[in-house]
Design a binder for this molecule. Structure first.
Ligand code: FER
Length: 249
């Protein structure tokens, strides 16, 4: 299906629990940088949410997968607006009760920012290996393994795995205040992070878990950025947390 974010087409899919009900909580699920909505870990999470009674709305974000926009021109503001659009879409469905957010890596940062903006409507937040260090890296002139002058950002980030990315990505990220976003969301949070993540250090989630007012952190031992070794454990942690959050409904 397509969800339009003003002129931008977002390729999206809704998957439902097997059990029929009048109302379901819905989770908006967002992939990471260079990712897409059908990555194995995203699909595994979607199935797990469905199995715990949640409807799932997952979408390719701006410049990714089958959605509109170019990778080179994507940035966190565009993704954040995509996320707000998806949340509003979910809220407009007559069969949806509560809204949860889950995102992986850059999608994890995106849902942290969206949860702050929509703190009064987001029932729970699940950042998975969230790339919450991107804004600080952008300010310090270090991203994606390349360095640059943060006061004179180049027009394009030096080729990263042959992906061309506008310097505006960096300029946008430099202005984002992750700590303020964390402080603005007081609902329940589950962070999940592989201990051996080489793309986003575990410390990012340790810091976030300490700063959030109501967070748990599940560390997946000896696992990497996309839970290549223990996807079952990452998914089980999310399922257990959702069951605890929704018990009594
Ligand atoms: C970076 C490290 C990780 C970065 C982005 C990521 C833009 C995001 C990874 C992901 O979403 O999987 O330096 O810079």
């Amino acid at each position: 299906m397509t969800i339009w974010d003003d002129g931008i087409q977002l390729d999206a899919e809704i998957t439902m629990p097997a059990e029929k009900k009048d109302k379901y909580p819905m989770v908006v699920l967002i992939h990471g940088f260079t990712g897409y909505k059908d990555e194995p870990h995203i699909l595994a999470l979607a199935r797990a949410f469905n199995e715990t009674g949640l409807a799932v709305l997952r979408a390719d974000m701006y410049g990714h997968g089958k959605s509109g926009g170019t990778f080179a021109n994507h940035n966190l503001f565009k993704w954040l607006n995509n996320a707000l659009t998806l949340i509003d879409y979910a809220r407009g469905l007559d069969y949806v009760s509560d809204i949860y957010l889950c995102g992986h890596s850059q999608g994890g940062l995106t849902v942290m920012l969206a949860a702050a903006m929509k703190h009064d409507v987001i029932k729970g937040l699940i950042p998975m290996s969230p790339a919450a260090m991107i804004p600080e890296g952008a300010r310090n002139g270090e991203l994606l393994g390349s360095t640059f002058d943060p006061e004179h950002v180049p027009d394009y980030i030096p080729d990263w795995n042959e992906h061309k990315l506008s310097g505006n990505y960096i300029r946008v990220a430099q202005t984002i205040n992750v700590e303020a976003a964390i402080d603005r969301y007081e609902g329940p949070v589950l962070l999940v992070h592989g201990s051996d993540d080489g793309a986003v250090p575990l410390q990012v989630s340790l810091d976030a878990a300490e700063r959030y007012k109501n967070a748990q952190l599940k560390i997946i031992p000896e696992d990497g950025h996309c839970y290549e070794k223990h996807l079952d454990q990452a998914v089980a942690a999310v399922k257990e947390w959702i069951i605890n959050q929704t018990s009594g409904i």
